[in-house]
Design a protein around this ligand. Structure first.
Ligand SMILES: Nc1nc2c(c(=O)[nH]1)N[C@H]1C(S)=C(S)[C@@H](COP(=O)(O)OP(=O)(O)OC[C@H]3O[C@@H](n4cnc5c(=O)[nH]c(N)nc54)[C@H](O)[C@@H]3O)O[C@H]1N2
Ligand SMILES: Nc1nc2c(c(=O)[nH]1)N[C@H]1C(S)=C(S)[C@@H](COP(=O)(O)OP(=O)(O)OC[C@H]3O[C@@H](n4cnc5c(=O)[nH]c(N)nc54)[C@H](O)[C@@H]3O)O[C@H]1N2
Ligand code: SF4
Ligand SMILES: [Mo]
Length: 879
């Protein structure tokens, strides 16, 4: 592969659906210098902590660089022959529905397009589904029920133009940080703007809110039914809009009036304030995310929200509309290109014979999926019971991220033939595969993605393709060719795929669908290379902009549908065996199963361990100790998590992040505890409404270790993360080792290192540093209680030569412990910030920035700085 010259390339961030533009310049050492692209409309130069740290995640450590068959590296030709041969043989023996693809909203549109074409048009099955089933399916279904298509009506600028923003089940401050900052900036310049957050937890997003509604888990539909009832009662219905453009108003209102508002658990005052704010402003945007979608009533929640916007005609207008924010960088692109089992490309319907025939004609394909395939949860059930005998998993890690993850892991392990395409050599899923295929990753591949506001941007390669890695579209086309369809998959590159896709959208346009990018059907390779971000549609009838201000819905009569909604509680009832509501989600600086963000020490410092957020009153009742461990269990599985007491949780509800895997912790795979109950319309699982038992984890000892080399932890409990110059590992065990020094030598695999020890066997205390060539190579602190050493200080000891200072556990008075890192860009810890607040009398986020630089680069930590200012309580370094 040719090395590209070290020039700056404009590309798009591979993390969240904000879709920020990034300028990347190779640093000559295999890494990248990263800046926000000031010309990109999504972010105008800003990046969050994850985007800013992209340069630290592109090294080749842990990368999969050659095809692997049964644990042995091999060449592409043999691997592809095997994959094509096994899929062909399985289809011949058992029919097209005996195989499946499980793909990802992190694929580029061009990858997605060929995966969908191969499965639906050539293999002839609908069995291609994606992790977007766990993410966007309820929003897709809600949109289709109301609008006739999966259309996001608004644009990001609506957030800045609105007077009231309601965030429902969205932790925007952590999950879409640049959008959050756009809102924060708008509120600063127009202080009259009002922000409402609807979330059972008091999240970082609440730090910007004028009103936080701690809604009972699952009760959002009841809340929006209450709003619809008030909209009617207060005469706020837009009669003209409803008359001209909406059907179903009367039934929807009648159902709303029947609905029991008390299930929301909200006070009458809070409810009245919410309806007053929402109804009182024409310019209201309701932003929603996984607190809405990931629910067994997710689609109903979506429609309850859409009902309110339709009844008031507040849709598709500047500063007004419902807005589903997408999770993954190409969640939206996957929806457009037909990546879900129940749709065709370009928003055409798989159930519609005319649509199917048109797509088949366009593809000139030998067959066509006769109808929808299996949705994610059902797909893995079919893997479990042997109906699916060959499975190809691309760009996703279902052994960690699927509900009932232990069961899914066992199903994959038991499948006759499993192929995994990934960039990472060791993932929980790749470990189960017969064949692992090396894909090129972000920074090495070319294509397009669509963000939450329908804006299509280019991802561009800036680094060489490493080892034998190939782009995902290419791997799919290679397999298609070996299965006998070479001429249908003979693309020279992503531009050719994009042209074909744009041409197919013209066909969709003829059926009156919204998705039309036919302006690009003859785009040249050079123009594709230079493509600037644009909002679809781009076709003969409409170019960019909003939808539905003047009606024009994609239903037979052109009217939107309001739906009667009857709220339902989460499917899993609480019980004496599982009395706590189990809520799950994300942290600020990690991305999903951490295959990339865990490479960055500074991203690993914000939250270094899997944890359980629990209200202090519950922790006290259960006898959990503040920095101890919790045993979390139910009939599906078990996890062991660090206790994080916080009044941000409601009593009776606990929260755990989804990021930790079998690679990063002993008991952090929290999806093992999530029941696979799905929304009946969308098939999306209820990741937020489970039930668990919580008990203290009885450890005889706790430890904290740092090491220059990676370790294979041998302890009952462990969780490891990158630190500067090495690794840090939290440990605990049921029985203390008899000989601490021997344990340390074995643990760190340093049998001959010089040991500096301070061991008090009677009290179970051990402090051991192992020196190699006079420098600290590993340090272990162990005690019968959670080890109270300064993590940052101990991690900083690696490479030190000064023995006496080694085992103090914290720095001297001249070097205060910075505490858990709050500002990842400038490495500023919580204790440093608190000290500056007290000593210098700082009162604003700006003042903290001026004093310490914290919060002045990416700004992702500004909500936390605001919270620290509001409530100057010291926090545990274990966070
Ligand atoms: N840092 C970071 N950012 C990310 C990601 C990441 O992994 N890390 N992933 C991306 C992806 S793919 C996605 S899908 C998005 C997700 O973005 P978000 O949806 O904002 O994130 P979550 O943390 O999953 O959940 C949001 C909130 O829903 C709340 N919630 C739980 N139950 C309910 C309920 O019944 N009602 C309401 N109203 N709220 C409830 C939770 O308490 C949580 O705070 O983030 C994207 N951005
Ligand atoms: N309990 C609970 N579970 C959840 C959620 C929750 O809120 N709670 N959220 C759900 C949601 S919304 C989502 S989106 C999912 C996400 O869950 P996953 O999709 O399983 O998580 P990722 O870690 O993003 O997996 C992406 C994989 O693709 C690899 N990869 C990265 N780039 C490339 C590439 O270019 N090509 C290929 N072939 N591979 C690549 C990465 O190494 C990684 O192994 O999790 C879901 N699971
Ligand atoms: S907000 Fe952050 S993670 Fe999301 S696209 Fe922008 S830089 Fe990337
Ligand atoms: Mo997602």
């Amino acid at each position: 592969m040719m090395m590209r010259a070290a020039q700056t390339i404009c590309t798009t961030c591979p993390y969240c659906g904000v879709g920020c533009g990034v300028q990347a310049t190779p640093d000559g050492r295999g890494g990248l210098d990263i800046r926000g692209d000031t010309a990109h409309p999504a972010n105008a130069g800003k990046l969050c902590s994850k985007g800013s740290a992209l340069g630290e995640t592109v090294d080749l450590d842990g990368r999969l660089l050659a095809p692997v068959v049964n644990g042995q590296e091999t060449d592409w030709d043999s691997a592809l022959d095997l994959v094509a041969g096994r899929f062909r043989a399985t289809i011949d023996a058992h029919g097209p529905d005996s195989v499946a693809f499980y793909v990802s909203g992190q694929l580029l549109t061009e990858d997605y397009y060929v995966a969908n074409k191969l499965m639906k048009g050539f293999i002839g099955s609908g069995n291609i589904d994606t992790n977007s089933r766990l993410c966007m399916a309820s929003s897709v279904a809600g949109h289709k029920r109301a609008f006739g298509t999966d259309t996001v009506p608004g644009q990001y600028e609506d957030f800045e133009q609105s007077d009231v923003i309601v965030l429902v089940g969205s932790n925007l401050a952590w999950c879409h940080p640049v959008l959050f900052q756009r809102i924060a900036a708008a509120k600063k310049s127009r202080p009259g703007m009002r922000i409402v957050v609807v979330d059972p937890r008091r999240t970082a997003t609440c730090d910007l809110a004028d009103l936080h509604l701690p809604v009972a888990p699952g009760a959002d539909a009841a809340l929006f039914n209450a709003l619809l009832t008030e909209i009617d009662a207060q005469g706020a219905v837009d009669r003209a809009y409803v008359e001209a453009h909406v059907s179903g108003f009367a039934d929807a209102l009648a159902a709303a009036k029947e609905s029991d508002t008390t299930v929301t658990g909200l006070s009458a005052t809070d409810l009245a304030e919410f309806t007053r704010l929402w109804i009182g402003s024409e310019k209201v945007v309701t932003i929603y995310s996984q607190g809405v979608n990931q629910s067994t009533s997710g689609t109903d929640k979506v429609n309850a929200i859409l009902n309110c916007h339709l009844a008031t005609g507040r849709i598709g207008k500047p500063g007004a509309g419902p807005f589903s924010v997408t999770g993954q960088p190409n969640a939206m692109g996957g929806r457009e290109v037909g990546g879900l089992a129940n749709m065709l490309a370009c928003h055409l319907d798989i159930e519609n014979v005319a649509h199917r025939d048109a797509v088949q004609g366009f593809w000139a394909s030998p067959t066509m999926a006769p109808g929808p395939g299996l949705k994610a949860i059902d797909m893995f059930r079919a893997v479990e019971d042997g109906r699916i005998k060959a499975l190809w998993i691309i760009c996703t890690n279902p052994a960690v991220s699927m509900p009932e993850a232990d069961r899914v892991r066992a199903a994959i392990a038991g499948c006759d033939f499993v192929v995994v395409s990934d960039i990472t050599a060791d993932t929980d899923t790749a470990r189960l595969a017969d064949v692992i295929l090396p894909a090129t990753g972000w920074g090495e591949k070319d294509g397009t993605v669509t963000n939450s506001e329908r804006r299509i941007s280019r991802q561009r390669a800036v680094l060489p393709e490493p080892g034998e890695a190939r782009p995902d579209w290419k791997i799919l086309c290679d397999v298609a060719a070996k299965m006998g369809w070479a001429e249908h998959f003979a693309y020279e590159g992503p531009a050719a795929i994009f042209r074909e896709y744009a041409a197919l959208s013209e066909v969709a346009g003829q059926f009156g669908r919204d998705f039309d990018i036919s302006d690009f059907k003859a785009i040249s390779d050079a123009d594709y290379e230079a493509l600037v971000p644009f909002v679809w549609p781009q076709g003969p009838t409409k170019k960019g902009g909003r939808f539905f201000a003047d009606g024009g819905f994609f239903t037979a009569d052109g009217k939107a549908r309001m739906l009667p909604i009857t709220p339902r509680a989460p499917k899993t009832a609480l019980s004496p065996e599982a009395p706590f509501r189990f809520n799950t989600g994300r942290v600020r600086d990690h991305w999903h199963t951490m295959t990339r963000t865990a490479k960055s020490p500074r991203l690993s410092l914000h939250m270094a361990e899997p944890y359980l957020e629990i209200h202090p009153s519950d922790a006290a009742k259960l006898g959990l100790s503040a920095a101890g461990l919790a045993d979390v269990s139910n009939s599906h599985g078990r996890a062991v998590l660090r206790v994080l007491e916080s009044t941000r949780a409601q009593p009776g509800s606990v929260f755990a992040p989804m990021h930790w895997t079998g690679e990063t912790a002993s008991g952090g795979r929290i999806d093992a505890l999530v029941a696979a109950h799905v929304d009946p319309v969308s098939g999306q699982p209820e990741n937020k409404g489970g039930a668990v038992q919580v008990a203290p984890y009885k450890a005889a000892w706790y430890g904290f270790a740092v090491s220059a080399q990676d370790v294979v932890p041998r302890a009952d409990y462990w969780a490891k993360a990158r630190a500067k110059g090495g690794w840090r590992t939290e440990l605990a065990g049921r029985a203390a080792p008899a000989d601490w020094e021997a344990f340390a030598r074995e643990f760190f695999a340093l049998p001959d290192a010089e040991a500096v020890t301070m061991i008090d066997a009677g009290r179970g205390l051990a402090r051991i540093a192992l020196m190699v060539e006079g420098r600290v190579s590993a340090v272990l602190f162990a005690a019968p209680e959670p080890v109270a050493v300064s993590r940052g200080h101990v991690a900083g000891l690696l490479g030190e030569t000064d023995q006496p200072a080694l085992l103090a556990g914290r720095a001297g008075a001249d070097q205060p412990d910075p505490g858990a890192i709050v500002c990842a860009c400038f490495d500023v810890g919580v204790n440093t910030i608190l000290a500056a607040i007290t000593d210098q009398g700082l009162t604003s986020v700006e003042a903290v920035g001026a004093a310490l630089q914290a919060g002045t680069n990416c700004g992702s930590c500004r909500p936390e700085l605001a919270a620290l200012l509001a409530d100057a309580q010291p926090r545990e370094a274990a966070e």
